[in-house]
Design a protein around this ligand. Structure first.
Ligand code: ZN
Length: 90
C-alpha cells in the first residue's frame, strides 16, 4: 500500500496553527476567517470558483489549505527546529 504523500498548507501564527471559521453569507457564498488565538490576528479568505487562477498574475499558486475550527494547541515550532534549540528567541 503506497503511503499518501500529498501535502497541505497549515496556516500558522505565533507558532500555532490558526483557527479557521466559516461564515455563510446572505447570498449563499462562504467566507473563511483564519484567526490566531494568541494575538488575534485574523485573515479573511474568500471562496471563488476555480476557473482561471492565472489572472492573479505570474507565480500564482493553488494552495491546499487545512482549516480546522479546533486546531491542536501544539507548538508548530517544534516541527521545524533542531532538537536542543527550544529556547525562545526574544
Ligand atoms: Zn499570532
Amino acid at each position: 500500500m503506497a503511503a499518501d504523500t500529498s501535502t497541505v498548507w497549515v496556516p500558522v501564527c505565533c507558532g500555532r496553527m490558526m483557527r479557521c471559521n466559516l461564515f455563510k453569507q446572505a447570498d449563499g457564498s462562504v467566507l473563511a476567517a483564519l484567526v490566531c488565538t494568541m494575538c488575534s490576528k485574523n485573515i479573511t479568505l474568500e471562496q471563488e470558483p476555480l476557473a482561471e487562477p492565472s489572472h492573479y498574475g505570474e507565480g500564482t499558486n493553488l494552495l491546499r489549505l487545512l482549516g480546522s475550527a479546533k486546531p491542536p494547541k501544539t507548538d508548530r515550532r517544534k516541527a521545524v527546529r533542531e532538537p536542543g534549540l527550544d529556547e525562545p528567541t526574544m
